[in-house]
Design a protein around this ligand. Structure first.
Ligand SMILES: [Zn+2]
Length: 311
């Protein structure tokens, strides 16, 4: 009788284990995420159990995306549409859901609107179209606060479990393992950003309000006269004296904003312009954690360099 040694059996055991793993970890849930940050969160929490498509690319303006036919086809096939909500996609998500021909994703549990599941800042007390039309439900850019991301990661794992109950335990385990790594980083980031506390900034769009709120930085104004409206010469001229009087240190913008307005103001005041990524996938970031790493490094560096230039 042929006796197999353990070492001879190992490759076969390994293959069997891998097969079992790949069988139980097959992608069961098809997720269509509106923005890269939510696609990334779905990937980090869902792992091999989800396949994730993303409607907008890193660096695009998620306020304005075309509801193109390829996106409609993805809506049709999706088990979960995972979007920012709170009005961010007001110009295109309703069209996508109405024309997508998939009633399951028009409401929960097939639809998950992240910003509508956490506290939002800047909720207007009165609604006036003259105030711009992209932040009518409060500021929607919640993903730049990692504390809100932790809450949303738990809610998303619960939603995955509702839609795919056979893998409920695994979603829970994956979320807990993710949180065990991600959550301790929040205190590290706060420590790294200690020098930014109280720092006054002007931002191009109100994209970073949750980051500023988390790190204790102060928003003084925006380059946009109203959310979603481009900077005007008259508004920028007013910002020159405001920047000096209030001792604004940094002017934040993202590549899609262009650097004209930020550089114009920086060239006329002691403040410095700093370009920042908004979503994972931009400027060398891949995970959500690396997005916060990069944002804080860039801000701390810009503040140091600016202080050196303007002591
Ligand atoms: Zn916005």
């Amino acid at each position: 009788m042929k006796v197999q040694t353990l070492s001879a059996m190992l490759p076969r055991l390994l293959i069997a284990a891998l097969c079992a793993a790949s069988f139980s970890a097959r992608a069961d849930l098809r997720v269509l995420a509106c923005e890269p940050e939510w696609g990334q969160l779905a990937t980090e929490i869902g792992g091999d159990l989800v396949t994730v498509k993303t409607a907008s690319a890193p660096g695009q303006d998620a306020h304005h995306i075309q509801a193109r036919p390829s996106l409609l086809a993805q809506v049709r096939r999706a088990d979960l549409v995972l979007c920012n909500g709170a009005g961010l996609e007001a110009g295109w998500l309703p069209v996508l859901l109405n024309r997508g021909g998939n009633p399951d994703v028009r409401q929960a549990p097939g639809l998950f609107l992240a910003a509508e599941r956490v506290d939002r800042l800047e909720i207007p007390t009165t609604l006036d179209r003259a105030d711009g039309d992209v932040h009518a439900m409060g500021n929607p850019h919640v993903h730049l606060d990692p504390r809100r991301i932790v809450s949303l990661s738990q809610q998303l794992a619960d939603r995955f479990a509702t839609l795919d109950p056979g893998n409920a335990d695994q979603y829970k385990q994956q979320q807990e393992a993710w949180q065990a790594v991600f959550e301790p980083k929040i205190a590290d980031w706060e420590q790294q950003a200690a020098s930014l506390k109280g720092l006054k900034v002007i931002t191009h769009h109100r994209s970073w309000i949750y980051l500023l709120d988390w790190l204790g930085m102060q928003r003084v104004d925006e380059l946009e006269p109203k959310p979603g409206l481009p900077p005007t010469p008259g508004h920028l001229a007013k910002l020159v004296s405001k920047t000096e009087q209030q001792q604004v240190k940094l002017i934040l913008y993202r590549p899609i904003n262009g650097d004209d307005a930020a550089n114009w103001l920086a060239s006329r005041t002691p403040a410095c312009a700093v370009e920042l990524p908004l979503s994972p996938g931009e400027e060398g970031t891949d995970t959500l954690a690396s997005l916060y790493d990069t944002l804080i490094q860039r801000l701390v560096n810009a503040h140091q360099v600016c202080q050196g230039d303007n002591p």
